[in-house]
Design a protein around this ligand. Structure first.
Ligand SMILES: Cc1ncc(COP(=O)(O)O)c(C=O)c1O
Length: 369
C-alpha cells in the first residue's frame, strides 16, 4: 500500500488480497496447520495467509515489518528473548502488570538484570541507561498514564548501546509511531484497540530491522506463540474501524476528563489531554491525539472506588480495554498491581456509546446513585 495515503485510509485499505478478478476483498480465515511443501508457508507457526494480512496491515501503519503473536504477553516474551543472558533491562517502576511481573520473574532467576526508573521523573530514564541491553517504554503507562518522551529515551538508550522498545498499546498506530521516533520495536496488545471488540487475544511486534524481525519471527515459531486464523481475521476486521472508533472514544475521553476534574467525588484525573497534566506537552509533541484511556482517583479509597464499579449500568465493570464498550476497573483489586498505584484509582477505557449517557451513568455512580 502506498504511503501517500493518510493512516485512516491505510487502516481500511492495507492488508488485503491482490485486486484480481474474483479475489475476495478480505483475506479469508484459513484454518490450516500444514501447507503443501516448498512454498513460503509450510507450517502455521511460520505464518498463515490470515495472519499475514494482519501483519501487512500493522507493518504498513507503523512503518516496519510486523510479526503477530497469540497475545500481547507472547509478544512481550518474544521481545525479552532478544536480551542476552543477564543483560540489563531498563523499565518503568510501574507499568502493565503482566510485563512488570514478567520482568521481575526474569530478574529473580538471573535471566535479566532489571533496573527500574520512575516514569514521572523525566531525568530518571536517561540516568538508568548505562550498560543497558534493552530500554522498555510504555507510553502512556497503564494505568497511571505517565507519558515518556520517546525520542529522548531513544537517544539515551542508543547512546548506551541498548535497543529501545515502546509498548504502543494505549496510543495505537493511529496516534503514535514509535519507529518514526527512532525506537527499534513497537509492541501492541492487538487484543485492545486494534481488535476493538473484546473478542480476541493477539499481540504484535513491529520493527524496521530485518535481522530483528527474523529473530522475532523465529521466537514465535520456537515459543509456539502463533495466533489462530479466526483471531487474525477478527483483528483485521476490527482494525478497519479503528479510526472511527478512536475519533469517537477519544473525543468522549477528553470531555469526561474535563468534567471529572471538578467532580466532588474525584480527587484527581490522569489524562495527558488535560493541559495541566504533567505529560501533556510531550504527548502533544509525539502523538497526534491523547487517546481513549484515562484514570481517576476517587475520594474514599478502595471501598468508594469498588462501589462505583458495582453501581455503573452503561459502563461495564470488567478488565481489559480498547473495545467499543466502555469498561471501568479498580486496578488495585489485582494483587500484582504496583503498590504505588493508589487504591482508589479507577481505570476507564472509553468506548463509543453516547458521550452524554456515559457521563450521566458515571456521574450517578460516583455520587452513589
Ligand atoms: C499496555 C499493555 N501491554 C501488553 C498487554 C498484554 O496483552 P495481552 O493481554 O493481549 O496478552 C496489556 C494487557 O492488558 C497491556 O495493557
Amino acid at each position: 500500500m502506498t504511503s501517500e495515503w493518510a493512516p485512516d485510509s491505510r487502516v481500511v485499505a492495507s492488508g488485503r488480497p491482490p485486486r484480481v478478478p474474483d479475489a475476495p476483498l478480505n483475506t479469508p480465515i484459513v484454518p490450516a496447520s500444514s501447507f503443501h511443501a516448498e512454498g513460503p508457508l509450510e507450517y502455521a507457526r511460520d505464518g498463515t495467509p490470515t495472519v499475514a494480512a494482519l501483519e501487512s496491515l500493522l507493518g504498513d501503519l507503523e512503518g516496519g515489518t510486523a510479526v503477530a503473536f497469540s497475545s500481547g504477553m507472547a509478544a512481550v516474551n518474544a521481545a525479552l528473548d532478544a536480551v542476552p543472558a543477564g543483560g540489563v533491562v531498563v523499565a518503568p517502576s510501574r507499568s502493565y502488570t503482566g510485563t512488570a511481573v514478567r520482568l521481575r520473574e526474569l530478574d529473580s532467576v538471573g535471566r535479566i538484570t532489571l533496573r527500574t526508573y520512575a516514569a514521572d521523573d523525566p531525568t530518571a530514564l536517561a540516568a538508568a541507561c548505562s550498560g543497558a541491553a534493552l530500554v522498555w517504554i510504555e507510553t502512556p503507562i497503564n494505568p497511571t498514564m505517565e507519558v515518556t518522551d520517546i525520542a529522548a529515551a531513544v537517544r539515551a538508550g542508543h547512546a548506551a548501546g541498548a535497543f529501545v522498545l515502546v509498548d504502543n498499546t494505549f496510543a495505537t498506530p493511529l496516534r503514535q509511531l514509535p519507529l518514526s521516533l527512532g525506537a527499534d520495536i513497537s509492541l501492541h496488545s492487538v487484543t485492545k484497540f486494534i481488535g476493538g471488540h473484546s473478542d480476541l487475544l493477539m499481540g504484535a511486534l513491529i520493527t524496521r530491522d530485518a535481522d530483528l524481525a527474523e529473530f522475532l519471527r523465529t521466537r514465535r515459531v520456537l515459543l509456539g506463540a502463533a495466533p489462530g486464523a479466526l483471531e487474525a481475521y477478527l483483528a483485521v476486521r476490527g482494525a478497519r474501524t479503528l479510526a472511527l472508533r478512536l475519533d469517537r472514544s477519544e473525543g468522549t475521553a477528553m470531555r469526561l476528563a474535563q468534567s471529572l476534574t471538578s467532580h466532588p467525588a474525584v480527587e484527581r484525573v490522569l489524562y495527558p489531554g488535560l493541559p495541566d497534566d504533567p505529560g501533556h506537552q510531550i504527548a502533544a509533541r509525539q502523538s497526534s491525539g491523547f487517546g481513549s484511556m484515562l484514570s481517576i482517583i476517587v475520594r474514599g479509597g478502595a471501598e468508594a472506588a469498588d462501589h462505583v464499579c458495582l453501581r455503573v449500568q452503561l459502563w461495564t465493570y470488567a478488565t481489559s480495554l480498547g473495545g467499543v464498550e466502555s469498561l471501568i476497573e479498580r486496578r488495585r483489586r489485582w494483587p500484582a498491581e504496583a503498590t504505588t498505584v493508589p487504591e482508589g484509582l479507577l481505570r476507564l477505557s472509553v468506548g463509543i456509546e453516547n458521550p452524554l449517557d456515559l457521563w450521566r451513568d458515571l456521574d450517578a455512580a460516583l455520587r452513589g446513585g
